[in-house]
Design a protein around this ligand. Structure first.
Ligand code: NDP
Length: 244
């Protein structure tokens, strides 16, 4: 719900064309934020921004393309004002055995999940510093537990956790760094897995217990609306039925 503290604050969400990012845009708009939604699929972003109304803008940007992020930063500043919140959410989970056949996908996960978040952060850092910002990094249970078949994905999320903890110490108190570590969430994430057996197993696991993208969005909205003296550094959130 909108209140005086959040009204008019500006949030930038990467990977907002589906899943957790899209749900987070909705949740933050409901809290009175103006939002810039970023991803590659422009049609989905435009439909979302149109639904969210005047305070929302759609920006096509691949997080592996620094020039596109710099241009996005300029547009956000010009059209909405300086960003107060950056949600580093864009990600891919291309699970499978660690073999040469998966080489391109392993590199892509590092490029998008980890380097994409780092690039978006350095591009928006000055805007976030200006008036008390929040950096929300979407990690994963895979940032704390590693399993056969998720080596490169886990590396990106463990990397994100280490990077975030160092940044938290470096950027406080001007910017709060908040790490969110979801378990299984029903989104299109597993649909992009190309290793057939891994895809089938992962989709079956998700069908049994995944929680909704909105469940995570509500937690993100809660974290960024705490008083500035309170910093939720790390939130691990699994479906109740998920053990590991
Ligand atoms: P989705 O596949 O629904 O969302 C991923 C988003 O990332 C899409 O909007 C996609 O948009 C965007 N994206 C992918 N590649 C790029 C790129 N190169 N540049 C910009 N945007 C990109 O899955 P989720 O919502 O589940 O995933 C969101 C985050 O949550 C990810 O970081 C994921 O690792 C994390 N997560 C998800 C869990 C789950 O169970 N679903 C559990 C734990 C963490 P587009 O293709 O239009 O560019």
């Amino acid at each position: 719900m909108s209140n005086d503290t959040t009204h008019g604050r500006v949030a930038v969400i990467t990977g907002a064309s589906s899943g957790i990012g899209e749900a987070t845009a909705r949740a933050l708009v409901a809290d009175g934020y103006r939002v810039a939604v970023l991803a590659r699929r422009a049609d989905r972003l435009q439909a979302l921004a149109a639904e969210l109304g005047d305070g929302a803008i759609a920006i096509q940007a691949d997080v592996t393309d620094r020039d596109a992020l710099v241009a996005a930063g300029r547009r956000v500043h010009a059209e909405l004002g300086a960003a107060d919140v950056l949600v580093n959410n864009a990600g891919v989970m291309l699970l499978g055995p660690f073999t040469s056949e998966q080489r391109e996908e392993q590199r892509r996960m590092v490029e998008v999940n980890l380097l994409g978040a780092m690039t978006a952060t350095e591009v928006f850092l000055d805007q976030l510093r200006d008036g008390g910002g929040d950096l929300v990094n979407i990690s994963s249970v895979a940032g704390r537990t590693a399993r056969a078949g998720n080596a490169a994905y886990a590396a990106t999320k463990w990397g994100m956790n280490g990077w975030s903890e160092a940044l938290r110490q470096e950027l406080q108190p001007d910017i709060r760094v908040i790490v969110i570590e979801p378990g299984a969430v029903a989104t299109e994430l597993p649909a992009h897995i190309t290793h057939a057996e891994t895809k089938q197993g992962t989709e079956q696991f998700y069908e049994q217990l995944a929680i909704s993208a909105d469940d995570i969005a509500q937690i993100i909205a809660f974290a960024v609306t705490r008083p500035r003296t309170v910093s939720l550094n790390e939130i691990l959130v699994r479906p109740t039925a998920q053990s590991g």
